[in-house]
Every structure is written in structure tokens, then in C-alpha cells.
Design a protein around this ligand. Structure first.
Ligand SMILES: [Fe+2]
Length: 456
């Protein structure tokens, strides 16, 4: 007999859901590809790691890469849902799952460490979205459910049931870890125009496994409406979003509709802002040895108070200082939409450069990711608006605005280490120990840029 200890928010526990029927498989092609081909070298340690496989990496699967073998949860299936499941706010002990249904029943999230159970069951919170509000063609119900009481760095199978019947099955997620295991990041921005280039870049992203998806804004051209989010985010990245948690930052195009309200309705981010009215516009989270910070560079009042007159107010920058002061991770990655350093035809965002960057420098942020300009660019380490070194505290800045929208000219500037305005693609970063191993992969699968960033 299996005994299941249920967390406080569970509504019941069961161990009999493993063999429940699933719907038709709409996920063909997602497969279980594990072709992690980032540039990181394998762990060559020969010291004992306690997992008994002799490779020294502690993951127990004997391949020496430090990445646990993928859990087998069956074949992903969610064809009947309006919006397929997507992972939100994944933390060491909890994971939030969101989805939408046109039938609107009583829904539950089921989670287990094996597809054979035992299953824990968590209640979902429904919210009805009517056509008058969304501009979509039908009313539907959006759900989110939080599975808590979980173990860090642990893979779980999950299912979604509606009125007792499974409507999504064969899915898995992994909680964030707190040890020094590598963190694999995929990042891109300016993706959301439903172009053939966006889809081709998406296909390349699906060829690798990632732990964290940083979506750098302008993911739903032209105005960030609900129909645009459906067509240009959720119907495009479906197979990525149900297994890789997406962490967004708002672009200027999402901001166009009611200051980003559809974005705020669709994403479920940590609510950590000093002013509750700013909830989800900026936030932070940890994964392994990396501290991530998502900032909002559209809403000018969030940054102008400090940038223009040095007054202290309830602003994003006050929160940022507090957040960075508490940060004890060796790596810090900040991401937001508007780039402080970019060599496109448009000017860099000087408000961001003058108001935000000094704080990032003061507190030792390592990497800044942005979009907005439609090309790829990587800088040398920068500090004090000049070239620096990593040892002196310089920050590496990226523009990854080549995710799908039409490319624009960029020819490099004094800060530029690498620039390309001719190829769509995405950025892959694997942060492991003292090094961030990076590649930019084009829609043809070619490597546009390959680099190693030291931080020790
Ligand atoms: Fe933009």
C-alpha cells in the first residue's frame, strides 16, 4: 500500500490515474529529444558522487553530463484544450500549470513522480474569459493550479482532469534545483509575428532540452491582444511551453493593449512588486546557481523617479536594489525588452542605460538580455559606459531580437563583440560552474555565434 502525504492545498490524493485514457495526440514531433548539444564540456570529474554510476556527475544515469535522464510519462496529449498546458513560476517546491478549456468544468491538476502514481491532486482556479473581453471567437475558461509540497530538482508526471475525465496526459515538469547543477537557458525576443522564420526558429528550439525559456518581449505583435497571443505564442510554442517554464518580460507591443493587460492575464508570475498595482510586471526567481530578474522597461514611472531626480519612491528600482541586496547566487541574469547597448539604426534606450544600468553594475549583475531591435548582438564586458573586463565587474549585454520578426540593419559599435543582422535564431546559454557557454542557433540550425563567458 502506498501512503501519500498531501500538501495543505491538496483537495484529495489518489493512486489510480495512471491508466486513465487519454485523448488524441496532438504533440507529434515533440518526442523526447534529448540532444543537448550546447558547447559545454562534459563533467570529467572522477571523484565519487554517491550515485553509483561512476561518472562523477551525481545524476545517476552514467552519461557524465550532470543532467538526469528524462522521466517517462507517456505520450503528451492535450488536443481537446483551448490552450495547451504551460508551466509557470516553477520553484524548488512548487509548480504552477495554466491552460484553457472551452467546456469549463471543474478542473484538477494531477502530479506524480511516476506515470504509475501515486498521484497528488490539486484544485484549479477557473476564470471565464468572454469574447467581449478577449476579442476571440468563443468564450472559454482559463485555469491555473499550483502543485506544492514538491521536492527540488525532481521530475514529475502531470495530467489535467476536467469533471473527472483526463483532458491532458503524458506530460512532465521538473522543479527548480538548489544545488550547482547546470542551468540551460533558451532566450529570444521579437518573435511574435507568425512568420515562417518564427516557426523555423521554434523548430530548432525543440531540437534541444532547456530548463528555462526567457521570452524577451514583443512576443505578440502588433498589439499584444488575446488573439495575437493565441496565434503567435501559445499555438506556436505549445510543445516547448508544457515542459519548459516560460519567464516573460513585456515588450512595447504587448504594452499597447491596456498597458499590457492581456499579457498580465495570460502569464502567472511571482507577485513580488512593492506596489501591488505593478504585480507581475517585474519579478525574480532562482534556478540552481543563477538568480534571474525580469524587469519592465515600458512603464516609465517604474524607473524615472530614480533616473531623473534620484528620489526614492515605490518604484521597480527600489525593489531591484532590495532584491539584489538579498541575492547570494554566483550568477545573476537580468532580462528586459529595451536594450541599453545596441548598434541598430535606432538609438539605445538611454533611460534604461542611465537609470537602470548603474544599479545592475553596482550589484554585480553578470548578463543582461534584451530584444526590441531585430538583430543579434553581444557586447564585450561593459562598465561605466565604457569597455571593461569581467574581473572589473563588466556586464555582458545581448540583443536577441532576431526571433522571428523582420530583421533590421545593425553594424556594430565600440561595445560590440559580435553582431549579425542577417539571420533569425535563438540564444542558448548553459551556465555551469564558473562559465556561461553560449551559442546562437539559426533557423537553419547553423551556429551563428559561439562563446564562453567566465565569471570566476
Ligand atoms: Fe520592441
Amino acid at each position: 500500500m502506498v501512503v501519500v502525504i498531501c500538501a495543505a492545498t491538496l483537495i484529495s490524493c489518489s493512486d489510480n490515474a495512471a491508466d486513465e485514457a487519454s485523448g488524441s495526440d496532438s504533440d507529434s514531433g515533440s518526442g523526447s529529444s534529448s540532444t543537448d548539444s550546447t558547447t559545454s564540456p562534459s563533467d570529467t570529474s572522477t571523484t565519487g558522487d554517491g550515485d553509483g554510476d561512476g561518472d562523477g556527475d551525481g545524476d545517476g544515469d552514467g552519461d557524465g553530463d550532470g543532467i538526469p535522464e528524462r522521466i517517462d510519462c507517456g505520450t503528451p496529449s492535450y488536443a481537446g484544450l483551448r490552450r495547451a498546458p504551460y508551466l509557470q513560476s516553477v520553484a524548488p517546491s512548487s509548480t504552477r500549470v495554466a491552460w484553457a478549456s472551452e467546456t469549463g468544468g471543474v478542473a484538477t491538476l494531477h502530479v506524480a513522480e511516476s506515470k504509475d502514481g501515486p498521484w497528488m491532486e490539486f484544485a484549479a482556479t477557473p476564470r471565464v474569459f468572454e469574447v467581449d473581453y478577449t476579442g476571440e471567437e468563443v468564450d472559454y475558461t482559463a485555469y491555473d493550479a499550483t502543485a506544492d509540497g514538491l521536492q527540488p530538482g525532481t521530475q514529475y508526471c502531470y495530467e489535467i482532469h476536467e469533471d473527472g475525465d483526463p483532458v491532458a496526459t503524458g506530460l512532465w515538469f521538473e522543479t527548480a534545483w538548489t544545488d550547482d547543477r547546470a542551468v540551460r537557458i533558451v532566450a529570444l525576443g521579437d518573435s511574435g509575428n507568425a512568420s515562417a522564420e518564427q516557426l523555423a526558429v521554434r523548430d530548432r528550439m525543440l531540437e534541444r532540452d532547456f530548463d528555462v525559456f526567457l521570452h524577451l518581449g514583443d512576443m505578440a505583435y502588433g498589439d499584444g491582444t488575446f488573439p495575437e497571443f493565441k496565434e503567435r505564442v501559445f499555438d506556436v510554442y505549445t510543445e516547448l511551453l508544457h515542459k519548459t517554464p516560460t519567464w516573460p518580460t513585456m515588450g512595447n507591443h504587448e504594452y499597447k493593449t491596456d498597458n499590457g493587460q492581456p499579457y498580465l492575464d495570460l502569464y502567472y508570475m511571482p507577485e513580488v512588486t512593492l506596489d501591488p498595482a505593478h504585480a507581475e510586471r517585474y519579478y525574480s526567481f532562482d534556478y540552481g546557481e543563477v538568480h534571474f530578474i525580469s524587469l519592465e522597461t515600458n512603464d516609465l514611472p517604474l524607473i524615472t523617479a530614480v533616473a531623473l531626480d534620484q528620489t526614492s519612491d515605490i518604484t521597480m528600482l527600489d525593489w531591484l536594489r532590495e532584491d539584489l541586496a538579498q541575492n547570494d547566487k554566483p550568477w545573476t541574469v537580468a532580462f528586459f525588452h529595451h536594450p541599453p547597448y545596441t548598434s541598430s539604426e535606432r538609438d539605445p534606450n538611454f533611460l534604461v542605460r542611465d537609470g537602470l544600468v548603474p544599479i545592475l553594475e553596482e550589484w554585480g549583475v553578470d548578463i543582461v538580455l534584451a530584444g526590441h531591435d531585430h538583430h543579434y548582438e553581444r557586447t564585450v564586458p561593459l562598465e561605466g559606459n565604457g569597455p571593461s573586463t569581467k574581473e572589473e565587474g563588466g556586464i555582458y549585454y545581448f540583443v536577441v531580437g532576431n526571433g522571428g520578426a523582420g530583421l533590421r540593419p545593425a553594424d556594430g559599435d565600440w561595445w560590440t563583440a559580435e553582431v549579425n543582422d542577417e539571420q533569425h535564431g535563438y540564444l542558448s546559454l548553459r551556465i555551469e560552474g564558473c562559465t556561461a557557454y553560449g551559442e546562437v542557433v539559426t533557423l537553419d540550425g547553423e551556429i551563428l555565434d559561439s562563446f564562453e563567458l567566465p565569471d570566476c
